[in-house]
Ligand binder design. Sequence first.
Ligand code: MN
Length: 233
Amino acid sequence: MERRKFIQTVGTAAAVTPILGSFSAIASNSVGSSEHTFPELPYAYDALEPYIDAQTMELHYSKHHKGYFTKFMAEAEGTDLMDTPMEKIFASISKQSVGIRNNGGGYYNHTLYWENMTPKHTAIPSKLKEALDKNFGSVDAFKEQFGKAAKTHFGSGWAWLIVDKNGKLQVTDTLNQDNPLMDVVSVNGTPLLAIDVWEHAYYLKYQNKRADYVDNFWNIVNWDVVNHRLSKA
Ligand code: MN
């Protein structure tokens, strides 16, 4: 490998590791059980300015996300859910209470959302770009489809890029705190990219202009994390 290429490759790997690494490293100091933790934010509240404002981030993380986690843990306390991975719980969520579904989803979905954003510009890794080109025609066509799902989703919920069990990438959206891992939704798959379209995610800055929040989301997507999720799926 030529030296320049080697430095670029190592540089890319080094850029990914602290983000994913710090998430689990700090999580060991966080509230939770062996299976469930309330994670630290991977960046400061104001890190995603001007696209997401600091006050929204602080309320969203310390009140909304923390609230879902706390309520989930309170309901899971004393049951085998405490030691069950969320992905396994979601696979038969239809057998659980509405509290576990809503708060477990809220806990899990926000962790994915924080993780798939970054203040640092990231380029789309070539393997991910190939997958987007193959499944959507182009990166722009993917962004158009994902953006449309996020902008037009009626009411509270989430839009997703997922990879299904056949390896096909799809855009989907879910109600409330449901996600594509749950057996109650129509399109199942592993989440690669999540955007929260509840009003609490954008209303302080954008008011009724959800479309502007969604368009600005592309400035802060952590493509390395999306690529990493695809490689693990
Ligand atoms: Mn939210």
